[in-house]
Design a protein around this ligand. Structure first.
Ligand SMILES: [Fe+2]
Length: 296
């Protein structure tokens, strides 16, 4: 094993020991500072919940926008017969869809993004947009993120889930374990398991399940909240728009354009590629110090 890999493994091990976390120790140290900063800037009820629980629901109805997106993806549903074969399908995002999604982010989500930016005291950028269809599959395997896991990024990485139709227990809603409960679940036995583990049904019922209506939005720090996409029942399916937001102080601090990175990283943002998210929120050993300083 190369030295770098060995150090990374040790870093992960120490994260479990000292922080009850699936994130490495170095990420936990950086996040601790970041969370302290966020707590200081919190000014509203939803952000108090965000700080305590790691997620919040936006109680606005954007079902009209979900309809506009659905109208576009319905074309692919007719022409592409393969979309039901695999357990996971990524709809292609054409120019019209890009326009709808960009308007949604720039206009409808402007307020929440600006509020997030003011608690992070950093601009917020779009790093990734995916339109995903999740199908039923008949197996206990971990095919996609159907086992509980944390996303391994720093706390400046956030996910926004936008329901394209009403969610219910049949179409495999996302389950989120609040960050404070996540710490309790990561007991001695659990935290040393490999990524992805199962929580008993009875216990899972106590956590947040996205059985919200079409047009609902959830903002989640998926690095601190264990979460999973449950499996749709037979003949059921789930369509969801997921946005990855990253708080990051760029050199041109004045740039309020949430699509600031689009020129340079168009492929990464629109094609389900996580390279931009990694660049802005997943440091390797060599740039840990840079990230530590960045968030101070
Ligand atoms: Fe995830």
């Amino acid at each position: 094993m190369k030295l770098g890999k060995a150090i990374s493994k040790f870093d992960q091990f120490l994260g479990k020991v000292f922080f009850r976390s699936m994130l490495p120790l170095s990420y936990n140290i950086i996040n601790k500072r970041l969370n302290k900063k966020i707590k200081k800037n919190i000014n509203s009820k939803s952000f108090i919940q965000f700080s305590k629980k790691g997620y919040f629901v936006i109680n606005k109805n954007f079902s009209g926008i979900a309809d506009d997106i659905n109208e576009q993806i319905s074309k692919e549903k007719i022409t592409n017969k393969k979309i039901n074969i695999k357990s996971l399908h990524y709809y292609s995002i054409n120019t019209e869809l890009k326009k709808i999604i960009k308007n949604f982010i720039n206009i409808n989500l402007k307020e929440v993004i600006s509020d997030l930016s003011s608690i992070y005291k950093m601009p917020i950028y779009i790093a990734n947009v995916t339109l995903r269809k999740t199908n039923h599959f008949n197996s206990d395997e971990e095919k996609y993120n159907n086992y509980f896991h944390n996303d391994i990024y720093l706390g400046n990485h956030l996910k926004v889930f936008f329901n394209l139709h009403d969610m219910n227990i049949k179409n495999g809603p996302t389950v989120i374990i609040p960050s404070d409960e996540t710490k309790k679940i990561l007991n001695y036995k659990n935290r040393f398991k490999k990524r992805g583990f199962v929580v008993k049904n009875e216990q899972e019922k106590k956590f947040f399940t996205n059985n919200l209506k079409k047009g609902a939005l959830i903002v989640c720090n998926t690095c601190e909240c264990l979460h999973r996409a449950s499996v749709p029942e037979k003949y059921e399916t789930r369509d969801i728009l997921t946005l990855t937001l990253i708080a990051y102080p760029t050199k041109n601090q004045n740039s309020k354009d949430i699509f600031n990175f689009e020129k340079e990283y168009e492929q990464e943002i629109w094609n389900g590629n996580s390279n931009l998210a990694k660049k802005l929120a997943k440091p390797g050993l060599s740039n840990l110090l840079h990230f530590y300083k960045t968030f101070n």
